[in-house]
Design a protein around this ligand. Sequence first.
Ligand SMILES: [Mg+2]
Length: 218
Amino acid sequence: VFDLDDTLYMERDYVRSGFRHVAEAVASDLHPSNTIFDFLWGLFEQGVRGDTFDRLVAAFPSIPMTAEQLVACYRSHLPAIRLLDGAHDVIESLAAGGCRVGLLSDGPLASQDAKVKALGLEAVLSPVVLTSAWGHTFSKPHPRGYEQFPEHWRLEHERLVYVADNPEKDFVTPKRLGWRTIRLRMDGQLRSCLEASSNDHAPDDEIRSLEELTGRLP
Ligand SMILES: [Mg+2]
């Protein structure tokens, strides 16, 4: 089972794509899209999260949308993102070797849906489990998402593997359930420097590229 953000594609590419889209949607003669984009991307690079569009509206009061409308515009856009190098080949070779390959992801439903579509993942991964379809209470580390897979595939927890990037929430529950956990850790991920807060949150293995999975899974 793969995570989506910063596991099958780079999350910062999604952010960049969303900011470009928003910048074009609100651009005017007074504030061309590059000015708006540079402002948004500058905030992101400074580590600003959560109130970026409030700051945009405060800095550019002539923008014809509210922060809420900007968030909706960002989340619903069809992102220009691509799978990480090797992702497609790894998925294909796992499937060819008899593995079931699925997806488990959190995050706003509109965004996650648009990412799955843009990457063409429905054709290669099944099931695709987006926890936000049940409401944000069921975000990882809630077990509900993980529990879909043994049920759907009729496999024991012990035969499942989760490949993901975030030690804060990704590994603690599958470890407890008996899955094997593998962390993909690469430069450019939003949390590549984050260390697990305890042994319970630490992955069993760490890889630097998806290609390394080929040697580690049956
Ligand atoms: Mg992730």
